[in-house]
Ligand binder design. Sequence first.
Ligand code: MYA
Ligand code: ATP
Ligand code: AKG
Ligand code: FE2
Ligand code: MG
Length: 307
Amino acid sequence: MDARAAARLRTVLGHLGRLEPRDVVAHPTSGTVSPTSFHPQQFQFTLDNSILSLEQRQFYEENGYLVIKNLVSDEDIQRFRDEFGKICRKEVKLDRLVIMKDVSISKLQLAPSEKVVTKIQDFQEDPELFRYCTLPQILKYVECFTGPNIMAMHTMLINKPPDTGKKTSRHPLHQDLHYFPCGPSNLIVCAWTAMEHIDRNNGCLVVLPGTHKGSLKPHDYPKWEGGVNKMYHGIQDYDENSARVHLVMEKGDTVFFHPLLIHGSGRNKTQGFRKVGIPIAAPIGKDGCVSCSATPYGYDGLKPKNP
Ligand SMILES: CCCCCCCCCCCCCC(=O)SCCNC(=O)CCNC(=O)[C@H](O)C(C)(C)COP(=O)(O)OP(=O)(O)OC[C@H]1O[C@@H](n2cnc3c(N)ncnc32)[C@H](O)[C@@H]1OP(=O)(O)O
Ligand SMILES: Nc1ncnc2c1ncn2[C@@H]1O[C@H](COP(=O)(O)OP(=O)(O)OP(=O)(O)O)[C@@H](O)[C@H]1O
Ligand SMILES: O=C(O)CCC(=O)C(=O)O
Ligand SMILES: [Fe+2]
Ligand SMILES: [Mg+2]
């Protein structure tokens, strides 16, 4: 990311009800210990503050993810659904939004509706959807990983369609860091909020616990017969025997996970469109994401809402 983009990004969350830095201290590797929560262990993947319990911190350190129940209200989720519907029907148009279709559904040439949009990306210019990235209860947890100067590096709303039989609704196992060569990786976190009940039937998030402690693996398109969606790369040398955990979540539950955690999602075997909202967050400033000089598909950051 160039200096101009970084400067623009810096302004963004300054306007957006950023959390008070009172409980947050320096990155734990600096050796600083928070007066509010002294834990004798050396933590590598979480920062010292009083938000996470010791048990929650230990869980994230060990597994690379943490589910927080009931974090986003039904009312907010309904508003995001309504706005998503308007975007799909082209009642709302955004210049920089990326609209993605499922490769097997795109061939059907259907009229614009929620049935043809698998995912939108880069919704930061839509004030209604961007509200999601600014919800205080989301930022509160994000801050446990990024520290107080938070930026949204990427935003998505996924509308996983019913599988057409070709298994193209799957998302291969991957690491998000493959898509953004930024760092330090331990200060980046992805938030994934279930916008309805999600389990293995409609293709829940699948994680390989503990893999955040490993390195970035080579990714490529999986050799799947029914087709693979553009940019849906997967890890090639994946060990089929490693334990997969299927995260069953209720509407409003949010899982926070590390960008090296290996994850994906299975087929949607229901007739519903499984919806989740995702921002990927990172810190800004000299300790943050400044190593990234180029991004994989031309993403150059958020625009300040109140310049
Ligand atoms: C600081 C860092 C920031 C960055 C952070 C990043 C974090 C990332 C985190 C993790 C990220 C996770 C990983 C990620 O998610 S990465 C995903 C990134 N997303 C993209 O790259 C989406 C870009 N989208 C597009 O390019 C278009 O929407 C495409 C080209 C896909 C469709 O174009 P359009 O809308 O105009 O469609 P059309 O109906 O006119 O069809 C045109 C042709 O395209 C075929 N087609 C249609 N759909 C697909 C498909 N899905 N897969 C393959 N092909 C497809 C279609 O059959 C037809 O082919 P043909 O019949 O002519 O042969
Ligand atoms: N043996 C495997 N090798 C490579 N990738 C796998 C393997 N098993 C699962 N995956 C990946 O993990 C994702 C989730 O797997 P999961 O088994 O939950 O989904 P599914 O096979 O579509 O559904 P189900 O097993 O519930 O019928 C899949 O979409 C696929 O990308
Ligand atoms: O919700 C899903 O299917 C997983 C999406 C995902 O991991 C991603 O887009 O990077
Ligand atoms: Fe991902
Ligand atoms: Mg399976």
